[in-house]
Design a protein around this ligand. Structure first.
Ligand SMILES: [Zn+2]
Length: 171
């Protein structure tokens, strides 16, 4: 009797050179009033046309409890490291899409961001995008902490991402 090993499918991942900043247009946060899912969106038609989108005023909107608040700030806060939960850079509210692992916190600004992180982690074959053709060195994938990229942590990280997805459906 012989054993048959299932052929491994090679998943290719090509870094689309997304930066985390590209996901700042729609951030999912925990509503400070009802603790369900709220959006932090760019205020459209905002004054000061010279403002870069990154610094455009943002509005927090919760469709569950009706909370809205607006903030214009040139001081954005991006906490470093993964030892604590992540907050949105505009209002400082906890991100909705995050979970703690024994290595640290895994987080995403919105579902598209989470999907990109998942496709990177799930891929067994990773192709690094050449940064020199855009001058964009700090792609999203390059900014992921080392423990997220380790193959030995892959299953654990994928399970954590699935937990985050579940919380998205629940909220
Ligand atoms: Zn709410």
């Amino acid at each position: 009797m012989s054993t048959i090993s299932r052929p491994r499918t090679k998943h290719r991942f090509r870094d689309s050179r997304s930066t985390a900043y590209e996901f700042l247009g729609d951030i999912r946060v925990v509503c400070p009033r009802c603790t369900r899912s709220a959006h932090v969106l760019m205020v459209t038609g905002a004054p000061e046309p010279e403002q870069r989108p990154l610094f455009a005023p943002r509005r927090l909107t919760c469709l569950h409890c009706g909370l809205t608040k607006t903030k214009a700030s040139r001081h954005l806060v991006f906490p470093l490291g993964t030892t604590r939960g992540m907050t949105d850079p505009y209002f400082g509210h906890p991100l909705l899409l995050q979970t703690e692992t024994r290595h640290g916190w895994l987080w995403a600004y919105n579902p598209q961001h989470l999907t990109l992180v998942r496709s990177y982690v799930a891929a067994s074959l990773r192709e690094r995008a050449p940064w020199y053709d855009t001058g964009q060195k700090m792609t999203l994938v390059a900014r992921l902490p080392a423990w997220v990229k380790h193959a030995k942590n892959r299953d654990e990280v994928l399970h954590a991402i699935d937990r985050i997805r579940t919380s998205l459906v629940a909220n």
